[in-house]
Design a protein around this ligand. Structure first.
Ligand SMILES: Nc1ncnc2c1ncn2[C@@H]1O[C@H](COP(=O)(O)OP(=O)(O)OP(=O)(O)O)[C@@H](O)[C@H]1O
Ligand SMILES: [Mg+2]
Length: 570
């Protein structure tokens, strides 16, 4: 069996690591000694596919055929707000795929998001193979703690496309805590503040030697360094338009040059008080006279432009601290992960909040890959590394009631795996216990009417319950019902827009959904995918109340380990 490598598949940069024979963790170097591979895919004008540094080198001149930040689009539907927001800031073309997913047009070819992720994973794998001089077929891949089940599945699918088995998916902050804590015999409560290129995560983890227990987690998968760059870009083009009455935002090559420089100036301002922002010959006047961007950025200006983004991270941090009932004074260490945490404003605000400087115990760019490699090592048959990882769900899972209200079964930060007996409230229980859908604005159907419509009158079959996919069993019965079909389409759309975790449940109008679902959502149908949360087979239920368990999915690290694995989860 090949070794399992750890991969940090980042929005802007990816990195891989491995535990070597002597138990040392080693970042896998790319040629030239770099450890970071830009998560960029491009096709040049001769039709060659470029990935990583090669793709980044040409992105100024070839912006339309250079894909970056694709991780932000993973698991999204084309019609979601996130996609339209992204379309405003990138030059590559997007269009809807067959399942309303996002398809990218690059170099006159079409790529699904999973294919782009697969290409980046493949590049990392081939760098690892060159370094290890052996085939690599298995990896532990990290994802943001706030990734939904669908987004996690998309990462696994990307691995499958290149015959790379993603043996486990773990959360990025958890991986960073592993990198920090393994082998030090610590007994500490640590806060991990992870602000990367595209996503923000915060986790509170209690470390008791080899036991890593996540107490609470939260995040925003659309908040990262790219948004800081965007704030600078906005300022520069606004200033240019004021001076010259020319809107640069419609010129992809100019925008790419500005974008590239914005990131470099932002990084400079982490170590300097001011930096020039000069782009020569960025465009021409209608009379053919060349124009330059001549701007000076100060750190103060950058802080003003981006302080609202830092505020957003603090709102999430406060909520997570509240969930864990943790006082800043009781935190043993504050770990900073992700390149954007190098920004002085972020460090200053965190120092003020916690009354001490952040720990220097982990490298912000490398900790996640190192943690993934340590975890991967513990999964090897011959490993003597014993770990216990206790994780939580980042968002509530519950039942959507007729009318759109949300009945929480598992609150956010519930430990996983988990089981719960829930009898529901009166609204949740159906008078005859049959599970008919009560559609708002419509009288409750009689039993014969329900039968005629194909709604189930009995519990799902034993087999369906055993397989945990009663939705599949029911979906067949619903086909042809126009009301049902309409609701199904509407709900699928809304579901995808939210990027919600979508576990199949037996009742047609109830399903597991994340707490932030719009309360006006009409009741609908069993969704399409395998369940995250299922009734325990054989449990007796009254109406739709019952005993439920989180078996897998959110996060995938909750999945019970197989075989002789040394990891014990929950
Ligand atoms: N010195 C610095 N000061 C400010 N920002 C920095 C600095 N160094 C790197 N960054 C920013 O950090 C971001 C990249 O961080 P990182 O590599 O951790 O992200 P990622 O892992 O690709 O993304 P994610 O974890 O969100 O998927 C970029 O936006 C980059 O501009
Ligand atoms: Mg990262």
């Amino acid at each position: 069996m090949s070794k399992i490598i750890g991969i940090d598949l980042g929005t802007t940069n990816s990195c891989a690591a491995i535990v070597e024979q002597q138990g040392q963790v080693k970042l896998i170097p790319y040629k030239g000694g770099e450890f970071i591979i830009p998560s960029i895919f491009a096709i040049d004008d001769k039709g060659n596919e470029l990935i990583g540094h090669e793709a980044k080198r040409q992105w100024q001149l070839n912006p339309r055929n250079t894909v970056y930040a694709a991780k932000r689009l993973v698991g999204r539907s084309f019609s979601s707000d996130v996609v339209s927001e992204m379309q405003k800031s990138v030059a590559y073309e997007m269009r809807p795929g067959e399942r309303n997913d996002v398809v990218l047009d690059v170099g006159k070819k079409h790529f699904r998001l999973a294919e782009i992720s697969a290409k980046i994973l493949n590049k990392i794998r081939s760098v690892a193979q060159d370094y290890l001089q052996e085939k690599v077929t298995r990896a532990v891949v990290t994802v943001p703690a706030y990734f939904t089940d669908r987004q996690r599945q998309a990462v696994k699918d990307a691995g499958k496309m290149i015959q790379l088995e993603v043996v486990r998916i773990i959360n990025e902050p958890t991986a960073a805590a592993l990198a920090y804590g393994i082998g030090k015999n610590l007994h500490e409560t640590v806060v991990i503040y992870d602000l990367g290129g595209g996503t923000f995560d915060v986790s509170i983890i209690e470390i008791r030697d080899r036991v890593f227990e996540v107490k609470a987690t939260g995040g925003d998968i659309f908040l990262g360094g790219l948004d800081f760059d965007q704030a600078m870009i906005h300022k520069v083009i606004e200033d240019f338009e004021k001076k010259h009455r020319i809107d640069l935002s419609t010129d992809p090559v100019a925008m790419q040059r500005i974008k590239d420089l914005a990131e470099r100036v932002k990084i400079d301002l982490s170590s300097r008080e001011q930096a020039p922002f000069n782009v020569p010959f960025v465009t021409m006047t209608p009379q053919g006279q060349p124009l330059n961007i001549d701007f000076v950025f100060t750190r103060k200006l950058l802080d003003e432009l981006t302080s609202h983004l830092v505020d957003r991270t603090f709102q999430i941090l406060d909520r997570v601290m509240g969930d864990a009932q943790l006082d800043p004074g009781k935190v043993d260490e504050l770990l900073l992960v992700g390149g954007q945490t190098r920004m002085p404003l972020v460090q200053k605000r965190l120092t003020e909040r916690f009354g001490r400087s952040p720990s220097k115990g982990v490298h912000p760019d490398e900790a996640v890959a190192i943690g993934a490699a340590l975890y991967a090592n513990s999964l090897e048959d011959n490993s003597n590394l014993r770990l216990q990882l206790l994780d939580v769900i980042p968002m509530a899972i519950g039942l959507e009631k007729a009318g759109g209200a949300f009945h929480v079964v598992f609150p956010r930060n519930a430990a996983i795996p988990n089981a719960k007996a829930d009898r529901g409230d009166d609204e949740l229980r159906q008078p005859d216990g049959s599970g008919d859908a009560h559609l708002p604005g419509r009288p409750r159907a009689s039993r014969p009417q329900r039968a005629a419509r194909g709604f189930p009158l009995q519990r799902p079959s034993r087999r369906a319950r055993r397989e945990g996919a009663p939705g599949n069993h029911l979906r067949r019965q619903h086909r042809g019902d126009p009301h049902h079909e309409r609701a199904r389409r509407r709900d699928r759309q809304a579901d995808e827009d939210d990027g919600a975790c979508d576990a199949a449940l037996s009742p047609p109008c109830w399903r597991f959904a994340k707490a932030s679902h719009r309360s006006t959502r009409k009741p609908s149908t069993p969704p399409r995918r395998s369940p995250t949360c299922t009734p325990i087979p054989g449990s007796s239920r009254t109406g739709w109340a019952g005993i439920w368990q989180i078996r897998s999915g959110l996060p995938a690290s909750a999945t019970a380990p197989s075989g002789s694995s040394s990891i014990c989860l929950g």
